[in-house]
Design a protein around this ligand. Structure first.
Ligand SMILES: [Ca+2]
Length: 182
């Protein structure tokens, strides 16, 4: 079990060299990276330096509130964070995914959203995927409008109309990102 102790120690100490590399890649500053590290340790309940899907879902639901129906979106966010698809999120993946949201770069945010919406992973978003995303967005309170009067299907129909496509068609990432710049 000696190896476990070693990896635990490594996992809880953030080295200056790691910070420097992550800062260069993410364009975040040292303070922001240290704050994300505290977040990461909260989610990494086993202290292994990696967050598995179950830990991430628990962390995500704590973060956004434990309303029903968040499992799907938490799993989907996990998949987007897990860039190398090894089934865990390491700290660099955690930083880079958060950096996209923190930088507030509209194209990056849209690309990130696209991957969250694309639950089937076929690099396209279809009508049902957008409806599901809008419904979850409403549950999470992303929109401030009255939840009871908003119809996710109607919103999705409006989005499709804006793109000039019908509900049997799909959008690829390029269409999705450039469409929202109009
Ligand atoms: Ca990974």
């Amino acid at each position: 079990m000696g190896d476990d102790t070693t990896s635990n120690q490594r996992a809880t100490v953030l080295r200056d060299a790691e910070i420097a590399i992550l800062a260069a890649n993410s364009k975040l500053n040292e303070r922001e990276i240290r704050e994300l590290y505290d977040e990461f340790l909260t989610a990494d309940m086993s202290g292994t330096g990696r967050i598995n899907k179950e830990q991430f879902c628990r962390y995500y639901k704590q973060l956004v509130g434990s309303e029903h129906g968040l499992d799907d979106i938490a799993k989907n966010v996990f998949t987007v964070f897990d860039v190398d698809h090894d089934g865990t999120i390491d700290f660099s993946e955690f930083v880079l995914a958060n950096a996209i949201e923190m930088k507030n770069d509209p194209d990056s945010v849209l690309e990130f959203s696209f991957h969250m919406i694309d639950t089937s992973g076929d690099e396209h978003v279809n009508f049902d995927e957008i409806v599901a995303f809008v419904e979850k967005g409403l549950k999470l309170g992303i929109t401030n409008e009255d939840k009871t009067i908003i119809d996710a299907k109607q919103i999705t129909r409006d989005i499709f109309a804006m793109f000039g496509i019908n509900k049997t068609q799909k959008l690829n990432k390029q269409q999705f990102v450039s469409g929202y710049e109009l």
